[in-house]
Ligand binder design. Structure first.
Ligand code: PLP
Length: 387
């Protein structure tokens, strides 16, 4: 479902779906990391990345991880869920939102998303809360924040942990506050396909003061290594059940260059997003597609632009027609409740009409920083003709 170099019909792709953006500073920082001759994790470059993340998002503490999936697994460990506990989440999301909790023996309970943002529907969450519910996992689809304030209230009311899968949303805001500053735990991804990347990487943002110390321990194999290096304990030993979630300094060095350029990268992506949005307004008015809906109280980070095709349009054929004209479009999630592992480890927690409807009709358009205006116009033109 990622970038493809040629369409199904063999035509050369002129507008690939995704391309990681290089800022030019990556190799310089990596060279410095090599010269420092200390490549394992939690060193100087990691600290510079976490300082940047704490300043940019306003979170209490940021911890780098080897992936967004790792950040979610660390969040699941910290949330304390165990065998038979239930975690309410959307079915319309990436695998890792669910697998992180299923690995702890907890049961993902899938509920529907809102028709406008495709983010968790707070009312559906409320209806699905039962005696075994321990946590809510919300996803900020496409870099548009979910209803974090309402979900925080709901979680507090029922004594549940709220975990925000903000893998796609670094740089987005909600009611003026940066994504990652609100939920007790928020996970970021720096995978190749995200706005900011180091190939494979992630971060856990912690806002609950009481979880910070344990987060540091679980991230370092369940040891008190960090406290030992700060001189807070005199022995470095195994104190809790964790794993190795840390990325190497090489990854952190690459990531630092990306973080420092991320405001500019996000601005470019938002610009392309807006050009699509304006360019496809007429098509929406004619009823040939639906554009994304962004509530006025949140600013997206330009992570992705999608369209919803009318129910009678064959999506596979549409993607093939676009590919034949040089434009790589891709679909997105298979709803987790319809996946083999999702039905084995999770359960449905209410009607999933919106999820099943949009998952079949959604098409993502090419979007990366550095796309030329002519390429954006080509996509808009090809989409119009392919319908
Ligand atoms: C990308 C993504 C992840 C996983 O991140 P990785 O860094 O690839 O492990 C998890 N959840 C969502 C919503 C994502 O988009």
């Amino acid at each position: 479902m990622s970038d493809s170099r040629a369409s199904a019909s063999g035509t050369a792709i002129q507008v690939p779906f995704n391309r990681p953006t290089l800022t030019g500073d990556e190799f310089g920082y990596m060279q410095q990391a090599v010269e420092q001759a200390r490549l394992s994790g939690n060193g100087e470059f990691t600290r510079r990345c976490t300082d940047w993340l704490e300043a940019a998002t306003g979170c209490r503490a940021a911890l780098l991880t080897h992936s967004g999936t790792g950040a979610l697994e660390l969040a699941a460990l910290l949330s304390g869920v165990g065998l038979g506990d239930e975690v309410i989440m959307p079915s319309f999301t990436f695998v890792s939102t669910a697998s992180a909790f299923a690995l702890r023996g907890a049961v993902p309970v899938f509920v529907d998303v809102r028709e406008d943002t495709l983010n968790l529907d707070v009312e559906r969450v409320r209806e699905a809360i039962g005696p075994r519910t321990r946590a809510i996992a919300t996803v900020d689809y496409g870099g548009v924040s979910s209803d974090v304030a309402e979900l925080t209230d709901l979680a507090d009311e029922h004594g549940l942990m709220l975990v925000e899968d903000a893998a796609q949303a670094l740089g987005a805001t909600y009611r003026g506050a940066p994504v990652g500053s609100m939920a007790p735990l928020a996970a970021l991804s720096f995978h190749d396909t995200k706005n900011v990347t180091c190939g494979e990487g992630g971060a856990l943002l912690v806002n609950d003061e009481e979880l910070i110390e344990r987060a540091e321990i679980l991230q370092e194999k369940g040891t008190n290594r960090q406290q030992f290096f700060r001189g807070q304990v005199d022995k470095y030993t195994w104190v809790d059940l964790g794993s190795s979630f840390v990325p190497s300094e090489l990854s952190a060095a690459f990531l630092l260059a990306q973080l420092e350029a991320s405001a500019a990268v996000n601005a470019q992506r938002r610009d392309i997003w807006r050009r699509y949005h304006e360019g496809l307004a007429d098509a929406e008015a004619r009823g040939t597609l639906r554009r994304p809906v962004v509530p006025p109280d949140r600013e997206p980070n330009g992570h992705l632009y999608y369209i919803l095709l009318p129910p009678d349009v064959d999506r596979g054929a549409f993607i093939e027609r676009a590919g034949a004209q040089g434009v790589a479009c891709v679909f997105h999630y298979v709803p987790l409740d319809q996946s083999p592992a999702g039905s084995r480890y999770g359960r449905v927690g209410g009607p999933l009409h919106v999820t099943h409807d949009v998952a079949d009709r959604l098409v993502r358009l090419p979007l990366w920083a550095g796309m030329e205006d002519a390429q954006v116009d080509q996509v808009i033109d090809v989409v119009g003709r392919a319908l």
